[in-house]
Design a binder for this molecule. Structure first.
Ligand code: ADP
Length: 503
């Protein structure tokens, strides 16, 4: 019986450790809720340090087991491709599980799942391209070269907003390179990762190569970040949690890769088709209910077109169709968590208290069909200022603050006046201006006349408090492997033992 078949109301889901579904040592489970109704759905194992330790030990054993360590790189690549095929086969099921878990639109999930097999195929191609180099040195009878090796056991802590997609971007390369993995999904969205684990097993990965421990951040998550058997922590989530994780990992000198929050500037100049820019801003902040780290939540509009633009933006926001995520016509579903809804309401009230004006939204929809779910109207707050609380902190909801700017100097100052540095977008027909912005803005990704167009072939990752390390493209080879230097003396000569050979 597959996990999907077992995903009935009230089902109990266990950890996936060493190829087996494993009950939590404590016997405790945590409750997951359906965001469209606020009602309980399934229970997932509430893992603790003992479960994490069992998973790390399984991953450590798998790392040195010849079944994985001595698998040829071509065979490893084929395994990752097999997983791609299984994800493609079960795409619709995986999409529906995640929709039910976090309220994401079914059509967005179907698009994500459509691209996911390609992501595995892309990184599978890396398995047989991991290579070192020969280094010419001033010792003519020596061969000096590098070996690129798997890094070790990778601990992955994932968030609730796009669990499978965000996992795939790092899991696929980690497996292709030959690492082993312990995943701790968000306590709010354990189901899709556990479903993927079943496919990993079906694909034929040796036991222990991928392990999933579910549970809370403060217990299971913290235990993973403090475990000395981990070679690297990969984290996607809030900046506050990232800071804590990096501190814990530092205790064991374990490096991290951090994809954290954002408060990304989205810029509109007066030389563009305003309706096109309006759609870009809407997509940038209201897609996925604004629950994306790259949301373009600070919108800067050139003063000459400011009034015209905010009118069109408010009008467009009011026309966004709010509804059940499974409905084809829906453009905005519920927020994933009750706490998130409260946070959004609080920040909108901060915005109003600080002097911004609501041009659209600003409240929960009153529609009978939606009042029980965690829905919030797409909200446009105009006449915002960078120093307002809702413009400084990441909200992670469908809220955009809009303000005018006079010239490029002022724009760059405002755009960079944030702790974050994840992404930025600009709409203009003037390529010189667009390039000046791209060079001067503190953001890991800059979109020109587009927004939110991510690709697994290109490196992504933020600056400043948005994190460090890159995902996507060839950069990940360096992120998830280690480089070893090997030196061979083939002179056959007997050397003086107390002289280091500098030449
Ligand atoms: P949110 O509060 O919105 O869930 P977080 O950034 O705190 O966002 O959570 C992202 C992931 O980090 C989740 O899997 C969560 O369980 C985990 N997490 C939270 N706190 C910790 C912690 N102290 N140590 C390790 N992981 C944590």
């Amino acid at each position: 019986m597959t996990l999907t078949e077992r995903m009935i109301e009230g089902a109990r889901l266990n950890h996936f450790i060493n190829g087996k579904r494993t009950a939590p040592r404590s016997g405790q489970y945590l409750q997951s809720f359906d965001p469209t109704t606020g009602q309980p759905w399934y229970e997932a194992a509430d893992g603790d340090a003992a479960d994490v330790d069992a998973a790390v030990q399984a991953a450590q054993a798998a790392l040195v087991d010849p079944a994985w360590r001595r698998m040829t790189q071509s065979a490893r690549g084929k395994l990752v491709r097999r997983l791609a095929e299984l994800v493609a086969r079960d795409a619709d099921t995986l999409a529906r599980i995640e929709m039910r878990d976090n309220g994401k639109l079914l059509r967005e999930m179907q698009a994500q799942l459509g691209a996911m097999p390609d992501t595995y195929h892309y990184f599978a191609g890396m398995a047989d391209k991991l290579q070192g180099e020969t280094i010419p040195v001033n010792k003519l009878d020596m061969l000096n070269f590098t070996l690129r090796e798997p890094l070790g056991v990778i601990g992955m802590i994932t968030p609730w907003n796009s669990p499978l997609m965000l996992l795939t971007g790092t899991l696929a390369p980690c497996l292709a390179i030959g690492n082993t993995v312990v995943i701790k999904p968000s306590e709010h969205t354990s189901a899709s990762t556990l479903a993927l684990a079943e496919l990993i097993q079906e694909a034929g990965f040796p036991d222990g190569v991928v392990n999933v421990v579910t549970g809370h951040g403060k217990t299971a998550g913290e235990a993973l970040t403090r475990h000395p058997g981990i070679a690297k922590i990969v984290f996607t989530g809030s900046t506050a949690t990232g800071r804590r994780i990096a501190t814990n990992a530092a205790g064991n000198l374990v490096p991290c890769q951090m994809e954290l929050g954002g408060k990304s500037p989205h810029v509109v100049f007066d030389d563009v088709d305003l309706d096109r820019a309006v759609n870009g801003v809407v997509a940038g902040v209201f897609a996925a209910g604004g629950q994306t780290c790259i949301a373009g939540s600070r919108c800067f509009v050139e003063a000459r077109v400011y009034r015209d633009f905010i009118e069109r933006l408010a009008d467009r926001a009011k026309r966004v169709r709010i509804g059940h995520p499974a409905d084809e016509a829906t453009e905005l579903g519920p927020l994933a968590l009750a706490a998130q809804l409260e946070k959004v309401e609080t920040y909108v009230s901060y915005g109003v208290a600080d002097g911004a004006k609501i041009a659209a939204g600003g409240r929960r929809p009153q529609d009978e069909a939606l009042v029980r779910g965690w829905y919030f109207e797409p909200t446009v707050l105009v006449d915002a200022k960078n120093e307002m609380r809702f413009m400084r902190d990441e909200i992670f909801g469908p809220v955009v603050g809009v303000m005018p700017f006079r010239d490029e100097d002022e724009l760059i100052r405002l755009a960079n006046d944030t702790h974050y540095g994840l992404a930025a977008g600009i709409w203009t027909q003037n390529i010189d201006r667009a390039m000046r912005f791209a060079r001067n803005v503190d953001a890991g990704t800059v979109w020109i006349n587009t927004y939110r167009s991510a690709a697994y072939m290109s490196p992504s990752g933020g600056f400043k408090e948005s994190g460090y390390g890159k995902r996507g493209g060839f950069e990940v080879m360096r992120e998830f492997s280690r480089l070893k230097n090997v030196v061979i003396d083939h002179s056959g000569a007997t050397q003086d033992p107390f002289v280091i050979r500098l030449r």
